[in-house]
Design a protein around this ligand. Structure first.
Ligand code: F6R
Length: 366
């Protein structure tokens, strides 16, 4: 049932070209310039006119919400907030008639996310569920939504569900931005093509993972890890750190790269590996100067970069190369090697990567 892989986690990481494809299939048609999502079309008017959108989720799904915040604000010019479901539900949040709440959940059973949307619903919000498990509680409690179609995720750490959430949220943002007129036709069509090419790019980067295995061996005895990124790749840094913590039990922190000067830089010495997500995007130059700051303090830089980026490579102790893509869709690529890094470190340490200690696949208690 693991399809020849040693663990479900590895199988699910390698399934991503297919699961992202399945998520786009029947919806995205880049040649026709269309995205068909009946659950979104039904509420298109309310979504386009929404005063604000609030994403509620936990854990990895919350990270997908953070990436989506950047995408929605850029393409739809709508105010977006991203909330931990557990904080949102307990703090008497201000929810108004017509607010759109997007609940993101792989299992569709996370207790805090479920209660958060039930409360918001009684205040007149429109609830949209981005859920993987068909017919789950969150799917049923939502007014509308879109399934991620990633198939069953058995590994406790979320991998393929995350990239499918990003694919769905990106499609929704593209639809709304285009309908609203905040996204012009040329950019819209270009992004449809970019999104359509993601499955083959993920497949390409999964073709050679030996170097990530070697990196895992090299750094597996580190006490701590720092993950840094900016913009669309800031949430990817958070996700890379969460995966490593869960699977390898190494303490890891994700941070916006510029924020490190305000505290975490004190941790940097020659024993600290710092993973930079440094792909080519509008933040690239800034990320490079952050890399220089870490190098100057003798940190070990592991950089996720695009091919041919000699400047970044020259600053890094180790590089992981991912295919180039538009910054809007790049997180679907830059996340994958970080999933693999966590996996291989966990395996190198002899840990049960499919069932990390103390964790449950779906958290149905609050
Ligand atoms: C991390 C992980 C958890 C879940 C979180 C939310 O790898 O799996 O952080 O993302 O418990 O779960 P769902 O998405 O099922 O609501």
């Amino acid at each position: 049932e693991k399809g020849g892989y040693d663990h479900f986690m590895l199988k699910e990481i390698f399934e991503q070209p297919q699961t992202i494809y399945d998520c786009l299939r029947g919806r995205l048609d880049a040649n026709a310039g269309t995205i068909t999502m009946s659950g979104i079309d039904k509420f298109a008017e309310q979504l386009v006119n929404a005063r604000r959108i609030v994403m509620v989720a936990c854990g990895t799904s919350w990270h997908a919400g953070l990436v989506a915040e950047y995408i929605f604000e850029e393409l739809c010019r709508t105010n977006v907030e991203v909330e931990y479901a557990s904080e949102f539900r307990y703090r008497n949040p201000v929810v108004c008639e017509g607010d759109v709440i997007i609940a993101i959940s792989q299992s569709g059973e996370t207790a805090d996310t479920l209660v958060a949307i039930e409360t918001a619903k009684t205040n007149g919000a429109i609830i949209m569920g981005i859920v993987n498990v068909v017919g789950s509680s969150i799917a049923r409690a939502s007014h509308t939504g879109a399934y991620t179609h990633a198939g069953p995720e058995i590994g406790v750490a979320s991998t393929k569900a995350f990239t499918a959430q990003l694919a769905v949220l990106t499609m929704i943002a593209l639809k709304l931005g285009y309908k609203k007129g905040t996204l012009d036709q040329q950019r819209y069509l270009q992004l449809l093509k970019e999104l359509e090419s993601i499955p083959e790019k993920v497949a390409a980067l999964l073709q050679n993972t030996e170097h990530i295995k070697r990196l895992a061996e090299k750094y597996k005895d580190s006490q701590d890890f720092l993950f840094l990124g900016r913009g669309y790749n800031f949430p990817v840094a958070l996700e890379g750190a969460l995966k490593l913590k869960e699977i390898s039990y190494i303490h890891a922190e994700g941070y916006p790269a510029a924020e490190m000067k305000h505290g975490p830089i004190a941790l940097v010495d020659e024993t600290l590996p710092v993973v930079f997500i440094a792909t080519k995007d509008s933040y690239h130059e800034k990320v490079i100067s952050n890399m220089q700051e870490i190098k100057a303090r003798k940190g070990k830089v592991i950089a996720v970069i695009n091919e041919g980026d000699d400047l970044s490579a020259s600053l890094a102790d180790d590089v992981i190369v991912v295919p180039e893509a538009d910054e809007i869709v790049a997180p679907m690529l830059s996340t994958v090697p970080l999933q693999l890094l966590a996996y291989y470190v966990g395996v190198a340490k002899g840990l049960d990567v499919d069932k990390p200690r103390n964790l449950a696949k779906s958290v149905t208690v609050e």
